[in-house]
Design a protein around this ligand. Sequence first.
Ligand code: MLT
Length: 276
Amino acid sequence: MAIIQIEGVRVTYDEYGQATSGGNVVLVHAFPLNRTMWDPLVAELRGTFHLVVPDMRGSGASEIPEGATTMERMADDVHALVETLEITPFTLVGLSMGGYVALEYARKYPGELRALVLADTKAAADTAEEKAARYEMVKTLAADGPAAIAEAMLPKLLSEEARADDSEIVVKVRRMIETTSAAGIAAALVGMAERPDSTDLLSSIAVPTLVIVGSKDAGIPLGTAEAMAAAIPGAKLAVIEGSGHLSSVEKPLEFSQAVKDFAGALAPVPKASPAA
Ligand code: MLT
């Protein structure tokens, strides 16, 4: 694990593989998880891409400062990380909350992106009900701690089949949530509740984009993913059959194949011309 200080805040990340023809890829995790969520996918992709896998602030080993962790703040952290590592242009892969961060990135730093992968996510802001549910969750968190959040979130994150068949996945996801600090979870909840709507941004996304969704995602209906792909010029859609919301965790082989097929069809990054 490597550490970078971003405006005095410790942000942690892992780096894998070489910058081969597949190029640089940054993976941004879901809520309320951390970078280790990507372990099964990293195993499939590290031979093809140079992977950078950060903990968003308040998650994993990254520090949690005061206040909400907005999607913009997290996008700024990714920007600081890729600038430090000098890995632009890069492909940004975000799953669920990671997708909200990726959309903010596309709004603020479009010139740094080579491509986008938006997995199990949506462009719409929270409805009034969804927002209220997040603030209720903040109260639950204060009263009962992260274990109560794990209990509430697991059925949303994993398909019934994954919960029934693969206790290893359940144990791992539960542990990730239970080891996240209450302050980190609350800050992300407020950040998500207050995130802007990105629906109007979609038609302006000018980089190749892949939308991925699990066919059994309890939070993102297939129609939502289809509409998002249709709104982004030239975007492709990959449906991961049989998977719930955490499609890269439940079906890493299928997810990685979709990413490889997509990235394999991208034009090579032009080599920088030597200085005159
Ligand atoms: C996630 O998986 O990141 C969350 O489901 C996102 C959300 O709560 O909107």
